[in-house]
Write a protein that binds this ligand. Structure first.
Ligand SMILES: [Zn+2]
Ligand SMILES: [Zn+2]
Length: 265
């Protein structure tokens, strides 16, 4: 069936940190709780849709994050040539989701109206809110608008049969999650609508947040959109690599397949 897709998570980066940094109010255990950085690929008969574009080596140094494998290499490992990709969905404009501007020269980008308005408007006057944004990233997206390469969505939008975007907000004002029809049901790429499984499961909130209420409402929304809790894929959880099988032998700990059932947590 043409509206059923394979879905992959591709890890490109890493940040070692304590759990207390991952939750509003901290964490009483304050154990080591690193974040992984991912992009995602939705592969169907008519081509590949890439979700988010990651950051490059320059940004990794600037932000003191580890670039483990460049985004382009991860895509090539599953046979996706970035220069041939025609569709990119950007969940939101934070630095770890919208770098590598020139990696997809043929692509049209899909973004929420409210994310562009947020990233170019009055809230960016506040250092606290602009912290996860980079001016160059935002400018690069504005240039794509003027080059006729951006499609805006307001709320829900269909990207292709079986693939829809859904405005969640919360973490960033225009954050969108992506719902994909697969052989095991509807998988939801939450992106930063939930960084870790713990946020979703325990109703806790990541500290970088535009609107706490929208984050919490977003968890319920993700659960409604996905076929089950185990169809929701958090945006930064190292458990994703542990739970899902490698896309093929040799890609363990790098690229995993999300359209097959995960191991229990
Ligand atoms: Zn974010
Ligand atoms: Zn992020």
């Amino acid at each position: 069936m043409s509206d059923v897709y394979e879905v992959y998570a591709i890890r490109y980066g890493y940040h070692s940190r304590r759990s207390g940094e991952n939750f509003i109010g901290g964490d009483p255990h304050n154990t080591l709780q690193p974040l992984d950085f991912f992009v995602w690929a939705i592969v169907g008969k008519s081509g590949t849709i890439v979700v988010d574009t990651g950051f490059d080596e320059t940004m990794a140094k600037r932000r003191q994050r580890d670039l483990v494998k460049p985004v382009g290499e991860g895509l090539q490992a599953i046979g996706v040539e970035p220069a041939a990709v025609e569709t990119v969905i950007v969940s939101h404009l934070h630095y770890d989701h919208t770098g590598n501007y020139d990696l997809f020269p043929r692509a049209r980008y899909h973004l929420q109206d409210s994310e562009m308005a947020y990233a170019t408007g009055r809230y960016m006057c506040h250092p606290t809110l602009r912290l996860p944004f980079e001016a160059d990233d935002v400018v690069a997206m504005v240039r794509k608008v003027f080059a006729g390469r951006v499609t805006f969505h307001d709320g829900e939008g269909e990207i292709a049969p079986g693939i829809t975007v859904h405005h969640i907000g919360g973490h960033s004002k225009g954050l969108q999650s992506i719902r994909v029809k697969t052989q095991r049901g509807y998988v939801v790429l939450a992106a930063d609508a939930t960084h870790l499984y713990a946020h979703l499961d325990e109703g806790r909130v990541f500290p970088l947040t535009y609107n706490v209420g929208e984050v919490l409402e977003g968890y319920a929304r993700l659960k409604r959109l996905a076929s089950s809790r185990d169809h929701i894929v958090p945006g930064h959880d190292p458990l994703v690599l542990a739970r899902y099988p490698a896309a093929k032998p040799g890609l363990e700990g790098w690229v995993v397949r999300l359209d097959v059932a995960p191991k229990a947590t």
